[in-house]
Design a protein around this ligand. Structure first.
Ligand code: PBG
Length: 336
């Protein structure tokens, strides 16, 4: 906790409202700012005919084809958004118990990375490392007799990471919450000559009901058998989040993430204060659905978008993954 020194002379010598009187004065004393350069834009890609359609539980979000992803990258570059994060809606026929499609060098995500890198080379491309979009049962790991296997899954994730690095990904985002995966991926990248590929670890990822709409978007909702509580964190825990962040940094993560975002701002603040590493938060699909649903119904004004994102900056985050990224970039550009 920051200790507040005595900050004010007694009233009326001090009148804190003096520095709130005009927009210029408020700007001068603002402690945090939100810029377009703080945003990572997650998008959903598909090559399944007809699946490039709006996601019902995420008003305003549409799955795109590979060409659409390239157009999104160009749009992001135009708007000044530094990074895109890619998630696949995989052909149901390619979702298997063995998840082999996850490390196919020509899978949807790897083709998308190459297409974006060929057309919009300067945009940073982030990927997701977890098996759920390729898994017949919707889990992030391989499942045997109802148990999510750790070490076998890590081997699969390493293959997946190498294929993405080979395709030109700039940032790998392991979101699977298996133990030991950051170290294993980092060692494999080093041996394969991909020493410059960054890892943004989903280090403090909670077993959250706020991911529901995402699972619709990647087509995993109907499949998931059980829940993810044996690998994702218990929302009750904070010390454990700090231990996991420490571990992932030790294993070679360059940046760390807290997820979900808004209900977990205390974790963001704790992580930033304890480690001072690049810290990100994911304003997840459920948060997006709440905010955009309320705006669409006229229950909230769209100013809540900027307010919600500024709160992440105030909590210590260096950046935010948000489906609002292009909308926010436009709002910020209008205000500049
Ligand atoms: N492991 C996959 C993954 N990567 C990002 C999200 C959620 C993102 C969101 O809700 O916006 C999930 C879903 C999950 O863990 O079930």
């Amino acid at each position: 906790m920051t200790r507040i020194p005595r900050a004010y002379a007694p009233f009326p010598l001090s009148r804190p409202r003096r520095t709130r009187r005009t927009a210029a004065l408020r700007d001068l004393i603002a402690e945090t700012r939100l810029g377009v350069n703080d945003l990572i834009w997650p998008i959903f890609v598909t090559d399944v005919p007809g699946a490039d359609a709006p996601v019902a539980s995420m008003p305003g979000v549409t799955r795109v084809t590979i060409d659409g992803a390239v157009r999104a990258a160009a749009e992001a570059a135009e708007l000044g958004i530094p990074a895109l994060c890619l998630f696949p809606y995989t052909d149901p026929a390619l979702r298997t118990e063995g998840c082999e499609e996850a490390w196919n060098p020509d899978n949807l995500i790897n083709r998308t990375i190459r297409a974006i890198k060929a057309e919009v080379p300067d945009i940073a491309v982030m990927t997701d490392i977890a098996l759920d979009p390729y898994n017949a049962n919707g889990h992030d790991g391989l499942v045997r007799d109802g148990v999510i296997l750790n070490d076998e899954t890590v081997e699969a994730l390493v293959r997946m990471a190498l294929a993405q690095a080979e395709s030109g990904a700039d940032i790998l985002g392991p979101s699977d919450m298996m133990d030991g995966r950051i170290g294993a991926i980092r060692r494999a990248l080093e041996s394969a000559g991909h020493q410059d590929v960054a890892i943004l670890s989903y280090a403090a990822k909670y077993a959250s009901a706020f991911y529901g709409p995402f699972r619709d978007a990647v087509g995993a909702s109907g499949r998931l058998v059980g829940d993810k509580k044996t690998y994702q964190m218990d929302p009750a825990n904070r010390d454990e989040a700090l231990r996991l962040v420490a571990r992932d940094i030790d294993e070679g993560a360059d940046m760390v993430m807290v997820k979900p975002g808004m209900p977990y701002l205390d974790i963001c603040r704790a992580v930033k204060e304890a480690f001072g590493v690049p810290t990100f938060a994911y304003q997840v699909s459920g948060e997006y659905a709440m905010i955009s649903g309320a705006i669409a119904n006229g229950w909230l004004r769209d100013e809540v978008i900027l307010e919600s994102l500024l709160a992440f900056r105030r909590a210590g985050c260096d950046g935010i993954l948000t489906y609002f990224a292009p909308r926010v970039a436009r709002i910020l550009a209008e205000r500049a």
